[in-house]
Write a protein that binds this ligand. Structure first.
Ligand SMILES: [Zn+2]
Length: 171
């Protein structure tokens, strides 16, 4: 059974111990993600592996799986999307150290010894969620009793109008 992730990890221990942890995080706890989602129902499954590399950098390798409800940009109804991603981060203690990292490495700034997992998971999820989402079925608008043909005509008129104005100016 998969348990709940701890809120914080002690970074003085987890890398030395080469910890591997798995668990779930409630979406309701991820406050920054709220603006992206249509509701906070659902959970995120996450696996993390902590290690030190040859350069004594503190590495977090992780994978994340989530089902999230976002808004369809066409019909504005809720839409479920699946997210699966893997990431690799190097924990640094300041923004300054972050800028010194090799470009191939993604920094995660942790100023004290407490690594907050919700923030880390949230950031990875935000990076994964597409900016615009649509239902697979292009007819999703019809379920709202919306006539897509007439709305297209309206758009056409708007597009043509500026040219009609230009045409008048020329003559
Ligand atoms: Zn839709």
């Amino acid at each position: 059974m998969v348990g709940r992730l701890p809120e914080y990890l002690d970074i003085r221990k987890v890398f030395l111990q080469q910890k591997e942890i798995s668990g779930v995080i409630d979406l309701a706890n991820l406050t920054r993600l709220k603006g992206v989602l249509s509701d906070n129902i659902g959970k995120t499954q996450i696996d993390l592996v902590f290690s030190l590399n040859d350069a004594k950098q503190r590495l977090i390798r992780g994978s994340i799986r989530a089902r999230l409800n976002v808004l369809c940009q066409r019909c504005l109804e809720s839409l479920e999307i699946s997210i699966e991603d893997e990431f690799s981060l190097v924990v640094v203690d300041s923004e300054e150290s972050a800028t010194k990292l090799d470009d191939s490495l993604d920094p995660w700034v942790c100023v004290d010894h407490k690594l907050g997992l919700a923030g880390l998971v949230e950031e990875q999820l935000i990076l994964c969620v597409p900016i615009v989402n649509y239902h697979q079925d292009p007819k999703c608008v019809e379920s709202l009793g919306y006539d897509p043909a007439s709305s297209e005509e309206l758009i056409d008129e708007k597009v043509q109008n500026p040219f009609a104005v230009l045409q008048k100016l020329k003559t």
